[in-house]
Design a binder for this molecule. Structure first.
Ligand code: FEO
Length: 131
């Protein structure tokens, strides 16, 4: 069973951003399944790189929106994004240099970060933007 499942209560009311959040959930769920099913290392690496690329795309888009609207909590929000990217970056660097072994704790951290960030910080952002 997946550790992460999209729930409509997480929707923030912006069609494009909600779709991106769902895709992030799907990628983390795919990564989780690949790990518990002990898939090939190459599969896990590919999923991890996809998650890294998609996360960067999503954060860049959200940060551009925050800059455009002069969002008051921009720096605080970007710092949270950076924390998530730093963790993915560490995993991606490990994967690039050999076998990747993702601890359950790290996976759980990715999941709870995503759920908390979307349900609290992203919701606050989009409420401020009038969504
Ligand atoms: Fe949707 Fe702030 O990440």
């Amino acid at each position: 069973m997946s550790v992460i499942k999209w729930d409509d209560s997480l929707a923030i009311g912006h069609k494009g951003i909600d779709a991106q959040h769902q895709n992030l959930f799907d990628l983390v769920a795919t990564l989780h399944e690949a790990i518990i099913n002990e898939n090939e290392q190459m599969d896990i690496k590919e999923i991890l790189f996809d998650l890294y690329k998609y996360t960067s795309l999503h954060f860049n888009e959200e940060e551009a929106l925050m800059r455009k609207t002069k969002y008051a909590h921009l720096n605080e929000h970007v710092a949270m994004h950076d924390e998530f990217v730093k963790t993915l970056d560490t995993l991606a660097v490990t994967a690039r240099h050999g076998d990747i072994h993702i601890e359950k704790d790290v996976l759980n951290w990715l999941v709870s970060w995503l759920v908390n960030h979307i349900s609290i910080s992203d919701k606050k952002l989009f409420i401020c933007l009038g969504h």
